[in-house]
Design a binder for this molecule. Structure first.
Ligand code: BGP
Length: 475
């Protein structure tokens, strides 16, 4: 069994984790520029301003801003059919509400897209991958304020026009589902999505409900805008989903795990179903939260339905009906699954979970799915001769892709692309480290600032290249 010729094999990166050049060519400060580097055990610190002269690893990234041609050439040689990039909002509107967009920022992304097209690589463009201009947090109170929706739509309009006819696949947001008033949200997630520390927010439940609602509304409005701009545009939104398994077959535990899983879906329900779901409003009501302008906004949901669902999948979780435990490695809470191994960063490794999730999402929504992120973060150590033999990554990908194949060919799931996360080593979003590497391509850069940024294909580079050229026949 082979994947179809037009299956979008490729990878996925984000601007703030690769570009560097954080203060060049008119770019303003974005949320992610203010996060220091942390580690598995020490979260990134959330700062208010950069100490003068200080540089964090993310400020240089992997210097993709200056080296993208070399990197795209390496992707092309691997046979990539698609690359997911993000546009850093703070490069286009450095002050959030500038009268004119920054032409140098637009030019950079225009050149980047042309470079991809030169090799026949389909650009998949994310418009919000944690890159809000800091000025919007400060002046407009981030997504708490409806005015931010209009600023975001203006940014979408500018980029939609600039890349019209060259970009077909658009993604409005990356992983907005990590903000929700019902679940425990860590400081890092509210920060990267909205520039706020959860522990410092007044009335956190209400605020998170408003932020989540406004982001969902911004997304559906952006879908309509991009459809109106060019009917050929295909617009989706990306969700980071972690299926929950019940710890026992006790019925209450089953119910809890079902509820934990469904909890992640209300924004997708809104974007596919054409209305903000009643059950979520009911839940808010029970929490004493009422949202404004619901009726006025209703038509926007009906007019802005997504064309495809983007899925980021890294791990599964275990639901229990006991108190949540904070066991090491249970990244999203819950307990460790004794049937699964975990990565060096404590994330469970569950290839069957990918098939489960694909089935769950497809049979719930009947919309095509693009896998927008999946991969293994590991500390790759080059051997003496300089080669990087990342057999563990090959093993991870082989197993996940073979489950993807089963989902498509045995279960009838419609999935049209697989974009491996971090095809070239980049800065980790949650820890800010370089040490946590995902790539097919090694980047010689280290957390202490050493390294000449040279690129070296790892063993997995050749494995993925062969897998693409044989259309996954050996998976
Ligand atoms: C996703 C983000 C990515 C990426 C990935 C891996 O949630 O969309 O930006 O970073 O997680 O996470 P990390 O970089 O922390 O290993």
């Amino acid at each position: 069994m082979k994947f179809s010729q037009d299956f979008l094999w490729g990878g996925s990166i984000a601007a703030h984790q690769t570009e560097g050049a954080f203060d060049q060519d008119g770019k303003g400060l974005g949320i992610m520029d203010l996060l220091t580097s942390g580690s598995y055990l020490r979260p990134r610190e959330i700062t208010k301003e950069i100490e003068s002269g200080k540089r964090y690893p993310s400020h240089e990234g992997i210097d993709f801003y200056h080296r993208y041609k070399e990197d795209i050439r390496l992707f092309a040689d691997m046979g990539f059919k698609a690359l997911r990039i993000s546009i850093d909002w703070s490069r286009i509107f450095p002050n959030g509400d500038d009268v004119q967009p920054n032409q140098q920022g637009i030019q950079f992304y225009s050149d980047l897209v042309d470079e991809l097209l030169k090799y026949g690589i389909e650009p998949i463009v994310t418009l919000y991958h944690f890159e809000m201009p800091m000025a919007i947090v400060e002046k407009y109170d981030t997504w708490k304020n409806r005015a931010t929706i209009d600023l975001y739509l203006r940014f979408c309009q500018v980029m939609g026009e600039a890349l019209k006819g060259r970009v077909k696949y658009w993604i409005t947001f990356n992983e907005m589902n990590h903000i929700d008033p019902k679940t425990e949200v860590s400081d890092i997630f509210t920060y990267i999505l909205a520039g706020l520390k959860n522990s410092e927010i007044e009335e956190p439940q209400k605020t998170l409900a408003v932020i989540s609602y406004n982001m969902t509304l911004a997304s559906v409005k952006a879908v309509k805008l991009l459809h109106d701009l060019d009917p050929k545009n295909e617009v989706g939104c990306v969700f980071g989903l972690t299926p929950s398994y019940p710890k026992t077959c006790q019925p209450e535990n089953m119910l809890k795990s079902f509820q934990d899983t469904l909890q992640e879906f209300y924004q997708i329900d809104a974007m596919v179903g054409g209305r903000f779901p009643k059950y979520k409003l009911f839940e808010y009501q029970k929490m004493g939260i009422t949202l404004d302008y619901l009726d006025e906004n209703q038509p926007a949901f009906a007019e802005g339905k997504i064309d495809f669902i983007g899925l980021n999948y890294y791990m599964s979780a275990v639901s229990t009906i006991k108190e949540r435990s904070d066991q090491e490695g249970a990244f999203f809470g819950g307990e460790l699954n004794p049937y699964l191994e975990k990565s060096e960063w404590g994330w469970s490794i569950d290839s069957v979970g990918l098939r489960y999730l694909l089935n769950f999402v497809y049979h719930k929504y009947h919309l095509p799915i693009m896998i927008c992120e999946n991969g293994l973060g590991a500390e790759d150590i080059p051997s003496k001769d300089g080669t990087i033999n990342d057999d563990y990554r090959i093993d991870y990908l082989q197993k996940h892709l073979s489950e993807l194949k089963k989902a498509i060919f045995e279960d009838g799931v419609e999935c049209f692309g697989y974009l491996m996360w971090g095809p070239i080593d980049l800065i980790s979003a949650t820890t800010g480290e370089m040490k946590k590497r995902y790539g097919f391509i090694y980047v010689n850069k280290h957390d202490d600032g050493s390294g000449d940024l040279s690129r070296v294909p790892k063993k997995s580079y050749y494995w993925y290249r062969d897998m693409i050229s044989t259309q996954g026949v050996n998976l």
